[in-house]
Design a protein around this ligand. Structure first.
Ligand code: ZN
Length: 462
C-alpha cells in the first residue's frame, strides 16, 4: 500500500521497558505488557492505549486512541491487534531479533459527535529487508463503533457514484480547467467508487484520496476536499450535517478543495435569448411565500421587474401577492400545481398540474401566464405539446446559484454577481429568506452595474 504523508508523525514515547527489550536480555516469548498508558490528557481524545512488548520473533510498539466510548474503542483496539497479527504472520519462523519491529502510531484529525477519523502510520522493520511504511486512514461511526466504508456514508436510493463523479468531473472541467485532458475527464466521470482509495471525515468536509488524472491507479492519489454541503444530496443524513469537533480538527492540506457545486455552463435556452444590450431576468420559483412582499418592495424601489414561477396550490393563500405582481408589472409564470415532475404524467394529470394552475392564476389575479417552468427542468415532447395548448413557452435558466441547497445569502449573491451577463436568466426561490436577501442586494448592485432587470418574456421577446 502506498503512502501519502500530510502530517508529521506523532511523537514517540521513550519508555524504560522499551530499553529493556532492546537490551535483548529478555527471553523469547516473554510478554512484557506495559498496558494502558494514559497520556497527559486534558481532554479524553488525547488518551491512548499502548502495547509495547516482545514477541517470539520481534518487538511491538503500538499505540492507538482510547476515547472511553465502548464500541469505538473496541474497534480501534481490534484494528491495532489485526496489524500485530499480520506482522507476526509475515515474520513467522524467523529467529528473534530486536530489530524486527512493528511500530504503529496514530493521529486523530477529527473527533466529532458522530464521526471519528484516525490516521495510523505503520512501520514494519524486518532484518535484511527494507522497512515498509504504510498509512491507514480510518473513519468510524461513534455511536455504533462501526468502521465506515464509502458504501456506508452514501444514501442508497440515489446514484451516489454518478453524482460524486459528476461533481469531480465538473470541478476539473469548469473550475480547474487545464488540469485534466478530455480522456482523463471521461475516465473520472466513469470512475467506480472503489477507485477512491481512502477518505477522511472532518467537521464540515470529507477528503477523498484518488488519482484524478488516472483513477485506475492507486499511486498518485491526491487529497480532494469536498464540503459536506456540496454532497448533501448523496450523503446519508447523519453524515451530511457538520459534525462539530471536540477539539480543533487537524486540517488536511488538500490538493483540491471543492467548496461549492462546480459552475456549469448555461443549458441552451429553449428560446434563443434576445441579443439586445444589458438585460437580465431574475426568476423566483416555488412561491409565493411570507418573504415575497419584501422582495416586491425592493423590486419596486429599483424599478425592476422579475418573473415569479408560482405553484398553483399557493395562489389563493397569496392572492394579495399575486395581484401586486400584476400591478407592479412583473410576470407570473406557471410552475405547476404541486411541483410535479411533468415527464411522468398523463393527459388528465397534466391538465391538473398545468391547466388548473393557469385557471387559478386567472381567477385570483386576472392574469394568464405565458411561460411555464417545469419543476426540476424536467420536460419532454408530451409536456411541450400540452404547454403549447395553453400558449405556454417552456423556460429554463442560465444561472443557478443552488440557493435551495446552500441557504447562504453571501454565496448566492456572489454566484449571481460573478456570472450575470446580458441575457442571463437567473434561478432563485423566494421561499427562502437567504435567497430573498441575496436577491435584494443583487437587484440594487445589478442596477448599479447598468443592467436592466426585465421579465423572461422580455428577454426572449415573447
Ligand atoms: Zn421549483
Amino acid at each position: 500500500m502506498p503512502i501519502h504523508h500530510q502530517h508529521p508523525p506523532r511523537k514517540k514515547w521513550s519508555l524504560s521497558m522499551m530499553v529493556l527489550a532492546m537490551g535483548g536480555i529478555v527471553l523469547a516469548a516473554l510478554l512484557v505488557y506495559v498496558g494502558l498508558r494514559i497520556i497527559l490528557g486534558e481532554s479524553p481524545q488525547d488518551q491512548s492505549g499502548q502495547v509495547v512488548r516482545q514477541e517470539a520473533t520481534h518487538n511491538l510498539d503500538i499505540t492507538y486512541p482510547v476515547l472511553k466510548v465502548g464500541e469505538v474503542d473496541a474497534s480501534l483496539k481490534a484494528f491495532a491487534d489485526s496489524r500485530a497479527d499480520e506482522f507476526a504472520a509475515k515474520i513467522k519462523g524467523k529467529s528473534y531479533d530486536p530489530r524486527n519491529k512493528l511500530t504503529l502510531e496514530f493521529q486523530v484529525p477529527h473527533y466529532g459527535e458522530r464521526t471519528l477519523s484516525v490516521i495510523f502510520n505503520q512501520t514494519e522493520e524486518i532484518v535484511g529487508q527494507k522497512p515498509v511504511a504504510t498509512q491507514y486512514l480510518l473513519n468510524f461511526d461513534i455511536d455504533s463503533g462501526k468502521r465506515l466504508t464509502l458504501a456506508d456514508i452514501f444514501r442508497t436510493e440515489v446514484d451516489a457514484r454518478g453524482e460524486l463523479t459528476k461533481i469531480l468531473h465538473d470541478y476539473f472541467r469548469y473550475d480547474q480547467p487545464n488540469t485534466l485532458n478530455g480522456d482523463q475527464l471521461a475516465k473520472l466521470k466513469d470512475m467506480p467508487l472503489d477507485k477512491i482509495r481512502d477518505f477522511l471525515f472532518y467537521d464540515d468536509m470529507i477528503v477523498f484520496y484518488l488519482n484524478p488524472k488516472d483513477p485506475a491507479k492507486t499511486d498518485g492519489a491526491e487529497p480532494i476536499a469536498i464540503k459536506k454541503s456540496v454532497l448533501v444530496s448523496i450523503l446519508q443524513e447523519v453524515y451530511a450535517q457538520p459534525d462539530k469537533s471536540r477539539k480543533p480538527d487537524i486540517k488536511p492540506k488538500p490538493a483540491y478543495a471543492i467548496n461549492k457545486l462546480p459552475a456549469l455552463p448555461p443549458p441552451p435556452p429553449t428560446v434563443a435569448p434576445h441579443t439586445g444590450g444589458g438585460r437580465i431576468a431574475l426568476t423566483f420559483d416555488d412561491g409565493p411565500s411570507a418573504h415575497t412582499n419584501r422582495l416586491l418592495d425592493a423590486l419596486a424601489q429599483h424599478q425592476a421587474r422579475a418573473t415569479f414561477y408560482i405553484l398553483g396550490h399557493l395562489a389563493s393563500a397569496y392572492s394579495g401577492e399575486l395581484q401586486r405582481m400584476v400591478r407592479d408589472g412583473h410576470e407570473i409564470g406557471n410552475h405547476t400545481w404541486l411541483h410535479a415532475n411533468l415527464t411522468s404524467l398523463n393527459g388528465p394529470q397534466l391538465d391538473h398540474e398545468i391547466g388548473d394552475t393557469q385557471r387559478i392564476i386567472q381567477q385570483v389575479a386576472n392574469y394568464m401566464p405565458r411561460t411555464l417552468r417545469p419543476p426540476y427542468g424536467a420536460t419532454n415532447d408530451t409536456v411541450a405539446a400540452y404547454a403549447a395548448k395553453w400558449g405556454l413557452h417552456v423556460i429554463m435558466w442560465s444561472i443557478d446559484p443552488h440557493d435551495w441547497q446552500v441557504h447562504n445569502s453571501q454565496a448566492v449573491y456572489d454566484h449571481i454577481m460573478s456570472r450575470a451577463t446580458d441575457g442571463s436568466v437567473i434561478l432563485l426561490h423566494d421561499i427562502y429568506s437567504s435567497s430573498v436577501d441575496a436577491a435584494i442586494r443583487a437587484i440594487s448592485d445589478l442596477k448599479a452595474r447598468g443592467f436592466q432587470l426585465v421579465t423572461v418574456s422580455e428577454i426572449y421577446g415573447l
